[in-house]
Design a protein around this ligand. Sequence first.
Ligand code: KG4
Ligand code: ZN
Length: 353
Amino acid sequence: MSYFDRMKDKIKNIEAKKEVIILGIETSCDETSAAVVRNGREVLGHKIASQIELHRKYGGVVPEIASRKHVEVINPLIDETVKEADIPLSEMDGIAVTYGPGLVGALLVGVATAKALAFGLETPLIGVHHIEGHISANYIVHKNLEPPFLCLVVSGGHSHLVGVMDYGRYEILGQTLDDAAGEAYDKIARTLKLGYPGGPVIDRLAQQGDPHFVEYPRPYIKDPHYNFSFSGLKTAVINHLHSMDQRGQKYRVEDIAASFQQAVVDVLVDKTIKAAEDTRSQRIVLAGGVAANSALKTQLGNRCREKGMELYYPTPLLCTDNGAMIASAGYYKLRRGLVSDLTLNAIPGLPLA
Ligand code: KG4
Ligand code: ZN
């Protein structure tokens, strides 16, 4: 009997199990992370090794450096995670791993590690979509949150409005046609020489700035669809900065940060509320690195309150890439019998739905 058939057999009785323990592994970009999660909601051990310092001097993630660092830290990091959870590897009910989208070399490190563990431990391997992971971070923070809901996924690589119909059932309502929201933050921060990543520093500076110092374009804000475009906004900010520099005009970085951020937040809030109204969603959920943004949380929260809708978002730690969200998503896949075989490969452009 092949490994896959043996696993199919093994998960037949998973429904009867009271406690399902999953090891989650995430290496899609510049965080190496592992977590042990019980029943998809309770984190027993969690380690995140961020590579930000390593990539900072290049102003962004260098794929080859990221892959090498993942190789170096993944095994000791899993050991520490399991130790923290105080559950031996042999007791894992499944090994969940991000297999896309992301940087191919980085993804491969996690996928190869997970496959080796799953094969060696005779336990199911569960390939997880990175965005499904980000969405699932909310299940850890909000114990009673269940689909259906509307989710705005905003990170360095993605800006998606997703109808979460059920666990694992997604309908993409809209997405960015060019840059992701976090990518725009990172590029503006680079132009302003604020370092990498740009989101947290722009968020902080914007709190001391005038959001109406300049009215930057709000791409597609009045259009009837739910797609985003942040490339034009980014160019508008960069051109504006160049023209002020050429004329020797002084400006406060705080005002630029606040004006740029207001344009991003206005678009995200308007599109999300419109999508929620059109789909009659009472619950809106944020996910991804940009979900940590204070202006987005406050302003979307205010609009939700006016409309009688509820807003959910993860803690800042669970907004950015982490292994716990992958373990949570893996749990719900395992519950539905969705396990992978050992041919699982990294897919850099993996679609969500
Ligand atoms: O989800 P994530 O860790 O990685 C991807 O899957 O892309 O998101 C990282 C992105 C970066 O672009 C970073 O600048 C942005 O999230 N970010 C923020 C904030 N914190 C992180 N953007 C806006 N405001 C923040 N507070
Ligand atoms: Zn991510």
